[in-house]
Ligand binder design. Sequence first.
Ligand code: KG4
Ligand code: ZN
Length: 333
Amino acid sequence: MLILGIESSCDETAASVCEFLENGERRILSNAVASQIEIHRLYGGVVPEIAGRAHSEAICPIVTEALEKAGKTVNDIDVIGVTSTPGLIGALLVGVSFAKSLAYSTGKPLVAVNHIKGHVAANYFCFPDLKPPFLAAVVSGGHTSIIKVNSFTDFERIGRTRDDAAGEAFDKVGRVMGLYYPCGAEMDKLASAGNAKAYKFPSAAIGDDTLDFSFSGLKTAVLNTLNGLSQKGLDYKKEDVAASFTESFTSSVAKKLEEALHRTGLNTLVLAGGVSANSHLRRALEDMCKKNNVRFCCPPLSLCGDNGAMIAAQAYFEYLDGNISGIDLNAQA
Ligand code: KG4
Ligand code: ZN
């Protein structure tokens, strides 16, 4: 089965053609992404109105590119999958409207995909034997959730951030240190060269009775420290701030995920979302899983950020479950 996956929830317009064989094999034939990062960098973050317009310009060329790179035409496609929620409404609407038009004009089935489920589904390409139930941690620019994945389509959120998302915290701390948006990858590199014990920042793992996080306290503590230093005319090493922030971030996430594994009794942990590219987080979770005799899965760096292949993968399982959308499908912010 050939699936065209379309993604436009935030600042990447992406399309991918993937093949799902009856023997369980899953192949990415193309994975085209048009990133808007350069446009939004000027403003230090995503400007929703500009994102929507840029998606409108990129959607036709990117779907064409995905089909061409896969050596297919739209007639070869069996199912059209599209991110319908969550995300920026003006951005989502572009992908959803395009996918609906394409499905209507070609008579192909249309499948709505939840972006968070899509991030988790990116793992199915590199771990063909991965099957629910498992525990998933989705850490991205817009979300931080601990999810009990009961089946390929049934997700139960058991923990979440109560304020900022993980990626948002990385981006805000980076921005105050003068890094370019999005700051996650640069923060990752700086942290590798810094002293994680230079500053003691608070944990984001709030209370013992909940699996929720609060990243805003951690973020504010870093910003206050930097403001305090600059008021005293003192300099600081960006590497040390990045390393100390990352240490607090990774230990908070590892602590809550360890607790979630104990509570659920699940023996597989799947990491997903843009922040899953963080080398320190990957290492910390790998160690925690090893200690607890738990299998650890995370996607290759190329599938951590937003892409169309992850949407095609989730669309495949939604389609098998009979979750087909009508032409009245709408985007939800
Ligand atoms: O999943 P994603 O591409 O978009 C959303 O769905 O939000 O995630 C983007 C986020 C940004 O905040 C970016 O700074 C962060 O992922 N990110 C990282 C790294 N690479 C990307 N954060 C920490 N370390 C990284 N290596
Ligand atoms: Zn995402």
